[in-house]
Design a binder for this molecule. Structure first.
Ligand code: CP
Length: 299
């Protein structure tokens, strides 16, 4: 069994296997011959990631256990490590975890049987988001090789930016950042920072980010953000005709992206959400079966 903790652990070959399997899942469903149990441990709010993992697990025929952090012994002070060891002892096969900390570091050295999937760890990793973004880009352009991708906004607090910067570069794209200097991240090497207007004119993929207010340690409000850095009506006209617009969601309309952009044919935000289910099916399969598809049967 595998765990997926970050994009950094994946080889190009593994990424291509997962993307190809996810593309298959966009067209066809599969039900497992063997039953496995899955639990979602979401210590932070989520709509897309949590529900698409549930949807994926149900579609594969897995048993999704009823667990919420709010109604669990986490409320009595149980740590993440103790919770994982408890789930392991119960016989759970897969834990899908979103946490405000860089939680994979806490699991180093634990001798767990169950697989772990990182559904978002602090500002550090969100591997399934980067995979679904890569799939969405691949569906539009056929390849990521040679594409210019600009990620715009609150880079410093963004796990989406970190996971995508690594994965999309690995697949041959040129990744660059744009946004307020306040949100620059010095821990992501080898990425150029560009002017937002320049990014709009030259990019094949415009990836807007949400301002991560919940991770700001002090008041980090930026005056006139929408005018200075947002994908507003003026900038929508600057984007290349064959470019695509991405956003991991949830969006703050008319803060980082305008209403018109949300309905523009170049906007692939709902396609990203749809691809999230397919990617999560492929990742669950990769984790629990290690790519051994013979244990699956067609629905
Ligand atoms: N993109 C993303 O992680 O969205 P949710 O917080 O709704 O899961």
């Amino acid at each position: 069994m595998n765990s997926l903790l970050s994009t950094q652990q994946l080889s190009v070959n593994e990424v291509e296997t997962i993307l190809s399997r996810a593309q298959f899942f966009t067209k066809q469903d599969i039900t497992w011959r063997t039953r496995a149990t899955v639990v979602n441990l979401f210590y932070e709010p989520s709509t897309r990631t949590c529900l698409s993992f549930q949807q994926a697990a149900h579609a594969l025929g897995l048993t999704v256990l009823d667990f919420t952090v709010e109604r669990s012994s986490v409320q009595k002070g149980e740590s993440l490590v103790d919770t994982l060891q408890t789930l392991d002892a119960i016989g759970v096969d897969l834990a899908i975890i979103r946490h405000q900390e860089d939680w994979p570091a806490l699991t180093t050295g634990l001798n767990l049987r169950l697989s772990l999937i990182n559904a978002g760890s602090g500002r550090y990793h969100h591997p399934t988001q980067a995979l679904l973004d890569a799939l969405t880009i691949q569906q539009s352009f056929g390849t990521l090789n040679g594409l210019k991708v600009t990620i715009i906004g609150d880079i410093f607090h963004s796990r989406v930016a970190r996971s995508n910067a690594h994965l999309l570069k690995m697949l041959g794209a040129t990744v660059q950042f744009a946004g307020p200097q306040q949100y620059f991240a010095t821990d992501i090497p080898g990425i150029a920072w560009v002017d937002v207007d320049q990014a709009m004119e030259e990019s094949d993929v415009i990836m807007m980010l949400r301002i991560q207010k919940e991770r700001h340690v002090a008041q980090e409000y930026i005056v006139d953000y929408y005018e200075k850095y947002g994908l507003n009506d003026r900038r929508l006209k600057m984007i290349k005709k064959d470019a695509i617009i991405l956003h991991p969601g949830p969006v703050n309309r008319n803060v980082e992206i305008c209403d018109e952009a949300m309905t523009d044919p170049r906007c692939k935000i709902l396609q990203q959400v749809k691809n999230g289910v397919a990617i999560r099916k492929a990742v669950i399969e990769w984790c629990l079966l290690g790519g051994h598809n013979e244990k699956l049967v067609s629905a």
